[in-house]
Every structure is written in C-alpha cells, then in structure tokens.
Design a protein around this ligand. Structure first.
Ligand code: BT5
Length: 266
C-alpha cells in the first residue's frame, strides 16, 4: 500500500503513528501489543493480508491479500471507557458516509450495531475491543472493508459483497482508509466531549438498513420472547430502539446480540 496518504494523517495531527504491514495475524492484535508496550496517542495499523482476521465471538474474518482495507485504529486516550459500543456506531457511520461519498450514492447502509451493507450484503464489519493496562484503558477499533474482492468463498457468497462488485471498478483503498480514519477521529472527539451520541442520531437513523422494518433479535441467553420487533432507531447511548407487538418500546444494548431480517441477513 502507498504509505503517503497515511503519512499526511500524521502531518495533520490526526495520528501519532502509522504501521503499514504486508502480513499480520490480525491488525487488532498488533494494536493490542502496541498499547501494552506503552504507546500513547492514536495509531493506525493497516495490513495487506491478515492470517487470523477475527470477527465477534471468535468468528473468522476473511482477509485475503491486497483486496481489502484491513485496519485498526488504536486510541489510548479514551475516557468514556464504559461505552465502547458507542465507538462502534461512530465507526459504522464513518465508513458508511465515506463509502457513499466515494461512490456518489446513498447505497451503503448501516446494519446496527457493527455491519455496513450494500444491496443487502455485508461490505464491512467492525470489531471494537478494549485493552486495559493498570488504570489506563485503550480502545481498538478494527475495521474490515471488502475493497476489490471479486469472488468470495462459498460460505460467504450470499451475504458478502465488495466495493469492486458494487461499483464495477477497484476503489482507491488508501483514499477510503484515510478518509474513514479522519472522520472517525473527528466523531470520536465530539463524542468524548459530549458523552452522548445525540449529535449523530439523525444521520445514523437515516442510514439504518432496517429502520421501520421487522427484525428478529437473538442473544446467547435467548431473552427475546416477542420476535419480530420493529426497528425504530437508536437512542443517545447507541442502544437499538425496537417496538414490540403490544406497542411498547424497548432499548436493546449491543453486547452480543444478533439482529436479522425476516428473510435472512438483512
Ligand atoms: C465482524 O464480526 O463483522 C467484525 C469484523 C472485523 C474485521 C476487522 S479487519 C481489521 C481488524 N482485525 C481483525 O482481526 N478484525 C478487524 P461479526 O459480526 O462477528 O461477523 C463475522 C461474520 O462475518 C463471519 O462469521 C462470516 O459469516 C462473515 N464474514 C467473514 N469474513 C467476511 C468478509 N470478508 N466479508 C463479509 N462477511 C464476512
């Protein structure tokens, strides 16, 4: 990858460090070791290939060489540590708005809490993790965007897509990656000051793929008895607001929840 665009992010004071690699296990793991080694500030870790890319709950994230944006943003100066789920939402918004501006459309949509979809298929996944060392905490936002993948493995074919597939040409990965980092850094800084997501609520809701649609909620402890619900939006803490059949609203925390459409993934 051409490093120049990322070096601008340092010149502009967005980041303190950029680590661009050919191959890593997972960019989130590199970010974790950087944080444990005492790095302080904001760093971008980006790699052409991940040999052990991860999703939530230890799921696999397919990260083939040279065709994706596999990156993590490490921020060691986060104060509202309790609400890292808010940061996941900011990352989803930053990616969705960047892709839409790049493509000149509004086809990219957010599937709360951590997916970006085009045409009902996943183009990006986000994995936010917290590292604490002593009394300090760092947040790591891992972002995987399928850029120029032309074909997916069998098991992903029906639910994954890439910018190449959707646009018909390979995107400029450095441009998109650096734009996402800029936007996410700006959004995080407003969030840090305000402690609330109310400043993005309208933008976020207008981009939600399942707003006003029926959704099926599930969690490991299976405490959703009233499926399907109707997705209404998000509150200022980033919870999903859903309406049950009796007309009662509920706020659902992201945690380890899955949201599905009536007919499948969206
Ligand atoms: C996610 O998890 O969507 C979070 C993915 C985060 C990936 C980034 S890449 C940079 C950083 N370093 C890492 O190691 N991870 C982050 P989840 O919601 O659990 O979704 C995982 C599921 O998505 C898998 O079980 C597959 O079904 C599907 N999947 C795997 N690879 C995919 C891909 N490239 N595109 C679309 N879907 C994929």
């Amino acid at each position: 990858m051409d490093r120049t665009r990322f070096e601008y992010l340092i010149e502009d004071g967005v980041l303190e460090r950029v680590i661009a690699e050919e191959e890593v296990s997972s960019t989130n793991d590199v970010a974790k070791s950087l944080s444990r080694d005492g790095f302080s500030g904001r760093a971008l870790i980006i790699s052409e290939l991940q040999t052990a890319g991860r999703g939530r709950l230890g799921r696999n994230w397919s990260s083939p060489a040279g065709t994706g944006i596999w990156m993590s943003l490490l921020d060691t100066e986060i104060e509202h540590l309790e609400n890292i789920s808010g940061i996941t939402l900011l990352a989803g918004l930053a990616v969705t708005e960047t892709i839409n501006d790049y493509m000149g459309t509004d086809r990219a949509r957010i599937k709360w809490p951590n997916d970006v979809v085009i045409n009902g298929r996943k183009v990006c996944g986000i994995l936010t993790e917290l590292v604490s060392s002593g009394d300090k905490g760092s947040v790591i936002v891992g972002i995987g965007i399928n850029a120029s993948i032309s074909e997916f493995p069998e098991e992903l074919r029906d639910k994954a897509t890439s910018l190449l597939i959707e646009m018909g040409s390979a995107p400029d990965r450095e441009k998109i990656a650096s734009e996402v980092v800029r936007r996410l850094t700006e959004l995080t800084s407003v969030y840090r000051t305000s402690g609330s997501l109310s400043f993005i609520q309208d933008r976020y809701q207008s981009l939600m793929v399942n707003r006003e649609k029926e959704v099926i909620l599930s969690s490991a402890n299976g405490d959703f008895f009233d499926n399907p619900y109707i997705a209404k939006g998000i509150d200022e803490e980033g919870n999903l607001i859903v309406l049950d059949k009796a007309g009662k609203l509920h706020a659902v925390r992201s945690g380890e929840i899955s949201v599905r459409g009536m007919l499948g993934y969206v």
